[in-house]
Design a protein around this ligand. Sequence first.
Ligand code: SAT
Ligand code: MN
Length: 601
Amino acid sequence: MNAISHDVSKPAVAPGSEGSRLASLNAWVAEVAALTKPDAIHWCDGSDAENAALIAQMQRDGTLVKLNEQTHPDSWLHRSHPDDVARVEHLTFVCTSKQDDAGPNNHWMSPSDGHKQMDALFDGCMKGRTMYVIPYCMGPIDSPLSRCGVEITDSPYVVANMRIMTRMGAPALARIEREGKFVRGLHSIGELDPERRFIMHFPEELTIKSFGSGYGGNALLGKKCHALRIASYQARNEGWLAEHMLILGLENPQGETHYVAAAFPSACGKTNLAMLIPPEGYRADGWKVWTVGDDICWMRPGTDGRLYAINPEAGFFGVAPGTSEKSNPNALASIQKNTIFTNVGVTADNQPWWEGLDNGQQPVTDWRGSAYDAAKGPAAHPNSRFTVSAKQCPSYSEQAENPAGVPISAIVFGGRRASLVPLVFEARDWTHGVLVGAAMGSETTAAATGAVGVMRRDPMAMKPFCGYNFADYFSHWLSFDKDGAKLPKIFHVNWFRKGDDGKFLWPGFGENLRVLEWMIQRVKGEASSVETPIGHLPAEGDLNLDGVKLSEEGRAKLFGFDHAGWQAEFASIGEYLDEYGPRMPQALKDEQQRIAKALSN
Ligand code: SAT
Ligand code: MN
């Protein structure tokens, strides 16, 4: 009998009898309890009653602040520690037996040193606290592409977020019992001391240990730690891909839907693109965009040779600032109820508020809980977030729960590039496309601590998230190009090109549909293009610009090809690939050299 207590204050009985496949889970929970010494253990079942009890407890102790019940029913504000507001890449480690397996793209520590360091932090850290055991499934509960995990945490805020972001509780535990295999994630907020904060991954053991942060990707271990770092490693061994990509369905007026997966670094508009509302003329013609996922995509080849994708998540952990009725009406509609807001400002009548909300209201309190003072910075932290179930999104795709996943027609890579990179181009073939992804560059954002606006290589938007050596990761990508494969076309976009006046040249948001339309026409062989050394650019008139106001400069920069600029870029890409030494696949280096040579003419 699985005995799961609803009373969060009492220790619950561990599920699974002697000899059940949950024995290894029970043994691990007992081992963690012996180390961390909690006052109570609670096995989460994911029920409404459990959630209500947790929320009430957090409201009592101030972890959650109730928002205006009339305007935002069942919605809450959480203020994280002011030193704990983003992912911490410099404190994130991949602990593989051999350092080379983690690669120059990761901070490395040996597994034994990693465990030693983490276990010293975890020793007795849950005294006076309840330890929550969260069984969860990443992906639809009945999908063969899904994978399960268990997070142990001392943060009820994490439990409430994991309940929204994953399929959490009894059904996940039943699947774990069936499969006998799961990712182990141990988390404690510790004292929220940045000096005692580490996020460590042990991919060979399918294990995560995270200490000292209660924020987003550092603490909701199903998300970046499991679904990207550990899953990318698992995916390589098992022949699939775990990617930092949104998934959307583009339905044309004939009712035909093509699915697109797109990789952009954190805080570069994945949520907005995934929930795009077509411009008016397109809408009238019957174009629709369906949201499958806004952040993570797991793909594997189907029997027909196409790549099939699921969104492993069940909710959105979206960036609040900039979300408005104009920029993303679907997101705004999604977060009117049952939403947890983290680090936003509030209005006089207790409604959530952030910069760019543009609804005529004003904040009175900032994200720290102080009286709002414009001179002291924004009301909402630039990396403030909303956590909400995907089911509340008006554009949520019916296919998102399909256990078989959706077939992908196009893969898009995109960075934040103020100069050089045109609006869109298409890779010549798969190998070229892998190079396009590998060479991705983007300016840094507030999603991670550190400087903002600094250009860095962020291959496939996976720099912070690939759980193994990038050279091996690119080899794995290249390996999908085999007999019988019907691979998607690969594109690169840049919504962020700026003019001489420093303003964005492309209107973005809904107008991005025009670019998606061209891509699908290319997939179907219906649109032409101009061949350049960097790939195929849309020819004049190929991309529908009716009703879009573009300056001469805009047209030239968004659709032009800067020969000298790309020469320099390819020299820099060559240097980047060389940083990985002989492990970097020769096919990728050859491709880089072919293009560099074509550019030298
Ligand atoms: O990694 S988080 O989940 O905190 C958000 C992001 O950076 O995409
Ligand atoms: Mn992300």
